[in-house]
Design a binder for this molecule. Structure first.
Ligand code: C5P
Length: 291
């Protein structure tokens, strides 16, 4: 039996550079792992892949990214035998937190270990990219610049170790919809990526957080004003940065003080309909080992 965590992420910076021939978009994004994680428990079985998920409404079949990741790696390595995967879900789904990718990454690490396949991180990332653009980052974690469609990674120095409040409004956002809406109405303003990366390398957290931006935020916020409301509430509660993650709708607030973060989480629970999680940023070494 093997237990592996798959970690949530937020995007500290997300810029879209253009459309690609393959239907995806060329992006440049700085991703940051969080301690919030799903736990996958894998056990060998005679044949086939079966899934148990502790969340009603989440597919427990071949549509689940963990299933597809396990199937791909087992086929690729000619594994004879099967696997049962139990997913203890903590990351909100369809939230912009890469929860599905986290499960796919954990499934790849778990099957690799369960069957002692000895596949390298590079090989797991290559397979992971076939499952979803965020899976390579979910495998490696920490702080990274992701380019291409999100699967080309450059590790960055840890941005900071700070508390984070996540607030997911009770609305659903489809990622393809967000990208299509962006194409129909592209903004003229883009984040200053070079300046952001300079500040990060210099360890100037305050400057980094001032320049944090997500070009999908105005798109999703126009359709779901609750995103702007949550940002304003978190900022009023003392967040040094409050913005939307990925294509949304989850809003994250980064705090410099743990007590402020805990109070803000409680306020969001009391005053809004959000699914609220109090967590913190997570370095690469723990994520890479999947523990
Ligand atoms: O790679 P993934 O399956 O997570 O992407 C989901 C959808 O998001 C894609 O089908 C595409 O519509 C959109 N997408 C994109 N460009 C990216 C990443 C995702 O257009 N770089």
């Amino acid at each position: 039996m093997v237990a592996v965590n798959g970690y949530a992420k937020i995007n500290l910076l997300l810029d879209i550079l253009g459309q690609r021939e393959d239907g995806y978009h060329e992006i440049a994004t700085v991703m940051q792992s969080l301690a919030l994680a799903d736990t996958l428990t894998l056990t060998k079985q005679e044949s086939g892949i079966t899934l148990t998920v502790d969340l009603p409404g989440l597919e427990a079949d071949e549509r689940n990214l963990a299933y597809r990741a396990a199937a791909l790696l087992m086929r690729e390595c000619g594994v004879r035998g099967g696997v049962h995967i139990r997913i203890d879900k903590r990351i909100p789904i369809a939230a912009g937190l890469a929860g599905g990718s986290a499960d796919a990454a954990a499934a790849l690490r778990g099957v690799n270990e369960l069957y002692a396949l000895g596949q390298s991180d590079a090989e797991l990332c290559r397979l992971g990219a076939q499952i979803g653009s965020d899976v390579p980052f979910s495998l490696m974690g920490g702080t990274a610049l992701a380019t291409g469609r999100g699967e080309v990674l450059e590790h960055l120095p840890a941005a900071f170790d700070l508390p984070v409040v996540l607030a997911k409004p009770p609305v659903a956002v489809s990622t393809p919809w967000a990208y299509r809406s962006y194409d129909a109405n592209p903004p003229t303003q883009h984040p200053d990526r070079a300046a952001f990366l300079r500040a990060l390398h210099a360890g100037d957290i305050a400057a980094c957080l001032r320049m944090a931006a997500n070009v999908l935020e105005p798109i999703t916020e126009a359709a779901h004003p609750v995103v702007g409301d949550y940002r304003a509430r978190l900022r009023a509660a003392g967040a040094v940065c409050a913005m939307m993650s990925g294509s949304g709708p989850t809003v994250f607030g980064i705090f410099t003080d743990a007590d402020d973060a805990a109070r803000a989480a409680e306020m969001m629970r009391q005053e809004t309909d959000a699914d609220v999680h109090l967590t913190h940023t997570m370095g690469r070494s723990a994520v890479g080992r999947g523990i």
